[in-house]
Design a protein around this ligand. Structure first.
Ligand code: LLP
Length: 419
């Protein structure tokens, strides 16, 4: 369910027409629907209403502070993976008591920052990290809330680049070894063991991998409790998939039902770290066609957005629906939608059947609200594009288009090169 719809063959975001925004801000730009973001968050949150839980939005999916603020205002927490994300979350007003910090490579300065803020827990990913957090907490005279991120070794059956819960992946502590790690953690004075966590992968479109992982975590939790290690939080990570094309992932209500049913009598607070399912279909990328051309029977539509703006198709071969912003009777063609970047991998769609586009026309690249802007870069010295949020019949620039000045901010030419 989202609020990008055609009215009289013109694409609207809620009550604002997309061409109108394009006229005022230029192209390309990211466009988010506030109503969709709020709706997705509420659907997910209410699906778990019958059990104690915290929905910690995965900041990496979309880290704009205005967007984070939406979830904070709804009582949500955040899942983060860097000091930079912690900074953003605090700017957005996040409650430290609802912040979980994952990631295999937390630096000492990042750990200190989170300790001083008093986050709910670190999801610890190695034995060495456990020792480091304990040592930093001791120096600061603080007790660190921790959980171990265990690797349950289940196959999420998703794209290999975004699968994380298999033994061959770098994430988490092998579930068998985690018992030893918990025993060790229990001896460390500056750690407060709070939870167990896992995250098996992203864009998961079946329930079974989640339920398998939960089963393994449950065994571990009961075993730990048997040893007097009181686990109060069960963090099941994110990962629920969305429809980009033909996928039929479980609805949040089905996901919640299955998890609640499989976790009876566990007596703990659940933490979820959804990213894509909240933001993915709440945002689009709007771009303009610059040129069309053909080489030996192949057709190319050259647009003004490139892989630096939306990396997913180039990196994972991801599918994003391509739609004209103004619909009209047109012929169909098979073409590649490519950007201005000097790389052959710079495409938004490949060999795609779509309607014929003319130069100057606006194109909508759908389902770009998660891992879109947050993975964008300045490659080819392209200023990063603005982010716009619509709420009802008004729109707001929630991130300005970068300027050329922004591109070289921080750069310095050493004095010896003076001319
Ligand atoms: N929690 C942890 C520890 C994670 O590593 C992730 C995503 C999430 C939560 C959120 O997962 P989600 O609910 O969004 O599936 N750039 C890739 C996705 C990478 C996901 C990394 N971790 C993409 O564009 O598909």
């Amino acid at each position: 369910m989202n609020y990008f719809n055609y009215q009289d063959d013109k694409l609207f975001c809620e009550e604002v027409s997309v061409p109108k925004i394009a006229r005022e801000v230029g192209t390309p730009f990211y466009l988010y629907s506030h109503r969709t973001l709020l709706h997705h968050f509420r659907v997910f949150d209410t699906a778990f209403a019958e059990v104690p839980h915290i929905v910690c939005f995965a900041v990496k999916a979309n880290s704009n502070t205005a967007i984070l603020r939406i979830f904070v205002r709804e009582g949500g927490g955040v899942d983060l993976v860097s000091g930079g994300e912690l900074y953003r979350a605090l700017k957005a007003g996040a409650d430290p008591g609802k912040i979980v910090y994952s990631g295999v490579g937390k630096r000492e300065d990042e750990i200190d920052f989170a300790l001083k803020i008093g986050i709910l827990m670190f999801n610890v990913e190695s034995d060495q990290e456990l020792e480091t957090i304990n040592a930093r907490a001791e120096i600061l005279g603080i007790r660190a809330g921790i959980g171990l991120r265990v690797n349950p070794d289940v196959d999420p059956e998703t794209h290999p680049h975004i699968s994380t819960g298999l033994k061959k992946n770098k994430f988490g502590i092998n579930i068998e070894a985690s018992l030893m790690a918990y025993r060790r953690a229990a001896t460390l004075k500056n750690l407060d063991i709070k939870g167990v966590s896992c995250h098996i992968g992203s864009q998961v479109t079946k329930l079974s991998p989640f339920i398998d992982a939960l089963g393994r975590l449950k065994e571990l939790l009961l075993r730990l409790r048997g040893e007097g290690i009181a686990i109060r939080y069960l963090d099941l990570g994110g990962g629920l998939g969305i429809t980009y094309n033909q996928e039929t992932p479980p609805r949040p209500s089905e996901y919640a039902r299955a998890i609640i049913d499989a976790s009876r009598n566990m007596a703990c607070t659940f933490i979820f770290e959804p990213g894509r399912v909240i933001a993915g279909n709440a945002g689009i990328l709007v771009t303009r066609v610059l040129y069309t051309k053909g080489n030996e029977g192949k057709r190319f539509v050259v647009v003004d957005a490139g892989m630096n703006d939306l990396l997913r198709p180039s990196l994972y071969g991801s599918f994003h629906r391509i739609q004209p912003v103004i619909r009209q009777e047109r012929e169909e063609m098979i073409a590649d939608v490519v950007g201005p970047i000097c790389e052959s991998a710079d495409f938004l769609a490949r060999g795609r059947k779509m309607s014929v586009f003319e130069p100057g026309e606006l194109m909508a690249v759908m389902s770009a609200g998660a891992y879109g802007f947050s993975m964008s870069s300045n490659y080819n010295s392209r200023p990063r594009i603005p982010e716009i949020m619509v709420r009802d019949d008004r729109w707001y620039v929630i991130r300005k288009r970068e300027s050329c000045e922004d591109l070289i901010r921080g750069e310095e030419i050493p004095e010896f090169m003076n001319i």
